[in-house]
Design a protein around this ligand. Structure first.
Ligand code: PGA
Length: 251
């Protein structure tokens, strides 16, 4: 299975800036001896830029996606973007349950699970984020927190569980420059893999990404872990060189 390297631009970008970033990435890929041989790539942009990404990336090896999706199918939900709309713009992915959404927008495990289900129903692959806070890690709750977060999604999407992507993002490692060591990350990934395996015999097919200050320097050792199948990249996805370095580290 190829590694999956997904950029999460968060609330960054502009029409001009995105175009130059994406063109530099595509030029870098074209110039590489064997373009991204072991990695599938994707970029998740703010919703308003999805049409732009579709135009820039449609004939390229990079897929695109959204950073959130509505828990509702359609209707009177001002400001929301439905999964079907993402599909209209050929999004392959939608991040759901990012810790910034859980933290600043009060998203619960149930909301995240419903969003994952909406995405799947529309043919968009949800990238379901789980992860513990620093306090939770320090009080020995890491395993129970990530298991609870994933259980809600497994329970809701049922047999479709092999169609999701999981991202383990320790909250204390996001945007802080503090990365989980490869061993720390692997330990949690193994827990998540076992949980998926209890729900499906095809759990090995599910990509479990690591996210949290992944960069060109630490990507190779993280991606070498047996249960780390890729990365969800925030800050480093805003720089073409860094993003491509991570992609090149995938083996
Ligand atoms: P970071 O963000 O790479 O900037 O730590 C990762 C994420 O939040 O998805």
């Amino acid at each position: 299975m190829n590694k999956l390297i997904v950029g999460n631009w968060k609330m960054n970008g502009s029409l001009a800036g995105n175009e130059s970033l994406v063109r530099t990435m595509l030029d870098g890929l074209a110039a590489a001896p064997a373009p991204a041989p072991h990695a599938d790539l994707a970029l998740c942009a703010p919703a308003v830029y999805l049409a732009q990404l579709q135009g820039l990336l449609k004939a390229s090896p990079i897929a695109w996606g959204a950073q959130d999706v509505s828990a509702h199918e359609q209707g009177a939900y001002t400001g929301e973007v439905a999964a079907g709309m993402l599909k209209d713009f050929a999004c392959r992915y939608a991040i759901v349950g990012h810790s910034e959404r859980r933290q600043y927008h009060g998203e619960t495990d149930d909301t995240v699970a419903t969003k994952a289900q909406r995405a799947l129903a529309a043919g968009v692959t949800p990238i379901v984020c789980v992860g513990e806070t620093l306090t939770q890690r320090e009080t020995g709750q890491t395993e129970s927190v990530v298991k609870r977060q994933l259980a809600a999604v497994i329970h809701t999407v049922g047999h479709c569980i092999t169609e999701i992507v999981v991202a383990y993002e320790p909250v204390w490692a996001i945007g802080t420059g503090k990365t989980a060591t490869p061993e720390m990350a692997q330990e949690v990934h193994a827990v998540l893999r076992a949980q998926l395996a209890a729900a499906s015999t095809h759990a090995k097919r599910v990509h479990i990404l690591y996210g949290g200050s992944m960069n060109g320097a630490n990507a190779a050792s993280l991606l070498a872990q047996p249960d780390i199948d890729g990365g969800l990249i925030g800050g480093a996805s805003l720089k073409a060189v860094d993003f491509l370095q991570i992609a090149a580290a995938a083996r």
